[in-house]
Design a protein around this ligand. Sequence first.
Ligand SMILES: NC(=O)c1ccc[n+]([C@@H]2O[C@H](COP(=O)([O-])OP(=O)(O)OC[C@H]3O[C@@H](n4cnc5c(N)ncnc54)[C@H](O)[C@@H]3O)[C@@H](O)[C@H]2O)c1
Length: 308
Amino acid sequence: MAKKKLNVAMVGAQFMGKTHSNAWRKVGMFFDIPVEPVMKVLCGKTPDDFANAQRWGWEEISEDYKEVVHRPDVDVVDICTPNFLHAPVAIEAAKAGKHIICEKPLANTLSEAKAMLGAVQKAGVKHMCGFSYRYAPAVQTIKNMMAKGELGAIFHVRATYQQDWIADPNFPMVWRLKKKHTGSGALGDIGAHIVDLCQFLVGEVEEVSGTLQTFIKKRPIADSDTGISGKKGAKRSKKMGIVDVDDAAIFVARLKGANTLATFEATRFAPGRRNYNRIEIYGSKGSVIWNQEEMNVFQYYNCADPET
Ligand SMILES: NC(=O)c1ccc[n+]([C@@H]2O[C@H](COP(=O)([O-])OP(=O)(O)OC[C@H]3O[C@@H](n4cnc5c(N)ncnc54)[C@H](O)[C@@H]3O)[C@@H](O)[C@H]2O)c1
């Protein structure tokens, strides 16, 4: 029997836009989903955003997300824009009765996030945030072990997310370095992933204490501020822009209703670390360590079988 079609509108069309396009195109080939996604419309802002629209499989393009989210032939809105647009696009889409997938970090502030939640609850639509690492097969295996209590009572979570892509002081100002556009720096961008992994695998953070640091406070302004590493070939001017978000965040936490301490480190200033997203979980029956740079491997220590 033919599956019901699910018409998708995606807003934002560069780094994550490419990744999500790939996922929408292939998801039905590998997962037994109850609908058939149709890549209806790609919404962007610049000519570059539309350069690959056809190649990726989008039927139409648009520069106006407000028009797109209200289209009667759109069922789900997938938000892959810089962070400051997550709340306005999601709230507008919820008002139009569309289901929503929104990239992390969910919002720039807690009040924006609460407004987004209120809007989707009022509209009664499905909604989710793009915490992609939850679905790494090794993370899913650890999740199953946790559900069966195989690590026992958890004493410690130790999570680090280290990158080095802006350690060079000549790296230009991109939107990820401007508070107005990004909300926070390493904290929201990569810290969000390790907090999510901790909450997904072990439990909710209840108390937190930490500190932030901005190592390089001014950077050259370039003629494009999109992309994770600045647009290739973007011209840099002699003018400098102010970095008003954190380059690194370090914090400790207690988890809710549990006897568990957690430590977190998120930094873009760890030379040699490209995408070192690592979580260690230590419990009364054993421990596990996963590092996304070797994503299909994890270490397991079983207290009942210390030889293995
Ligand atoms: N889940 C993950 O692992 C992961 C990884 C990278 C990025 N992200 C998240 O994805 C989001 C996008 O990041 P990115 O790296 O793709 O950024 P990017 O700079 O590569 O792309 C942003 C896109 O949004 C478009 N855009 C900006 N304003 C717009 C508007 N008004 N209307 C329509 N389009 C507009 C830009 O033109 C560009 O196409 C961010 O929230 C980021 O935190 C998630």
